[in-house]
Design a protein around this ligand. Sequence first.
Ligand code: GDP
Ligand code: MG
Length: 141
Amino acid sequence: MRVTERTLVLIKPDGVARRHVGEILSRIERKGLDIVALELRTATEEVAAAHYAEHEGKPFYPGLIEFITSRPLVAAVLEGPRAIAAFRQLAGGTDPVEKAVPGSIRGDLGLDAGENLVHGSDSVESAEREIALWFPALAGS
Ligand code: GDP
Ligand code: MG
């Protein structure tokens, strides 16, 4: 049985500034995931803090919030079978050098553990919470 999922994806400000939006959306489309919401916006402190609440108190947290709110990003909701794991596979591990393999978005395009191009929800629960935060009109639909 194939279970359709939704996942919340961000093309972080470094990905937009480095003009990788088309490249990243192309990889998503080639994988076979559907884009059901897509918007360029600049994250507020409130949304950024709620999004990264699990990391509050960690050494990199202040810099992470500053980075995420600094410039426009692309927020998206993807849909498809096993969409959550499928996008995490496309993204690669958190550290683009130590963890992300070549062929992944971070492995191919990144060098920095903080400015690592993309975010993808890590579980069904995270996806529901993050979709409600970024695209409240979609939540529960
Ligand atoms: P993700 O789910 O792969 O994005 O990784 P995490 O949920 O563990 O961390 C969230 C985000 O915080 C990462 O994507 C990075 O942008 C940032 N981050 C995590 N760990 C580090 C770190 O050790 N150093 C820095 N500078 N940023 C980090
Ligand atoms: Mg995470």
